[in-house]
Design a protein around this ligand. Structure first.
Ligand code: PEP
Length: 225
């Protein structure tokens, strides 16, 4: 099975860097989903990349200064959206109810949703993952993908053991009545990708910090593709 590679740029790269980044990414010839800063989404779309937004709002239109609606995103040619990323939950106090509304509205516009879930280091992963997934998907019919990102692994250069990832991913899969795709995210790098890639239940990777570094992506590609 071909692994999915998704790139979460977060709030990195300035306008002046984007053109050369896109050119280098094209040369890498990698089947990826890019989640750039929303400002640059159109540039990736116009260059033929599967493109997503890192966040979305849950109304179609209206007086919501600073927000982007799923309808607007879809009308631009955006295909994917990340919902419930840890940094959104943590810094912007995004609640399960908001996440649920965002997913519902995104699916209504046929955006593909990657729901991010993950536990803190001191938490029981089963309790947290079940709670996050059930609340996020309450009364939602459509299918989503999951990014399993243990909070303590994001940006920390520390990754869980392969056994732990396998257990958590299998647990997530057991909560669905369809064959849900589960990506792993959290400090994925050229140094650990060989080890991570031995976990065969994972459908791919969500790469944050390393995603703007073309050399890093080149090395990851050599292992994954
Ligand atoms: C992320 O934020 O989705 C992520 C995986 O970050 P990092 O790769 O930097 O840990």
């Amino acid at each position: 099975m071909e692994k999915i590679i998704a790139l979460n740029h977060k709030m990195n790269l300035n306008y002046g860097d984007i053109k050369s980044y896109i050119n280098s990414l094209k040369k890498l010839d990698l089947d990826i989903i890019v989640f750039p800063t929303s400002l640059y989404a159109k540039m990736f779309i116009d260059n033929g990349f599967k493109t997503g937004l890192q966040n979305i709002y849950y109304h179609k239109r209206g007086a919501y200064t600073g927000e982007i609606s799923p309808k607007q995103a879809a009308s631009l040619g955006v295909n994917y959206v990340l919902i419930g990323h840890y940094e959104r939950r943590h810094y912007f106090h995004e609640t399960d109810e908001e996440i649920n509304n965002k997913i519902r509205c995104a699916l209504m516009e046929n955006l593909k949703v990657i729901l991010c879930v993950g536990e803190n280091v001191y938490e029981d992963y089963k309790i947290i993952l079940k709670k996050q997934i059930q609340r996020a998907l309450e009364n939602i019919d459509g299918e989503v993908m999951i990014a399993y990102e243990p909070r303590w692994a994001i940006g920390s250069k520390i990754i869980p053991s392969n056994e732990r990832i396998k257990e958590a991913v299998n647990y997530i899969k057991s909560l669905f009545n369809y064959d849900v795709k589960v990506l792993y995210g959290g400090s994925v790098s050229s140094e650990n990708i060989k080890t991570l890639n031995e976990v065969n239940v994972v459908s791919g990777y969500l790469i944050g910090g390393g995603s703007t570094n073309i050399n890093e992506l080149k090395k990851i590609k050599e292992v994954v593709c």
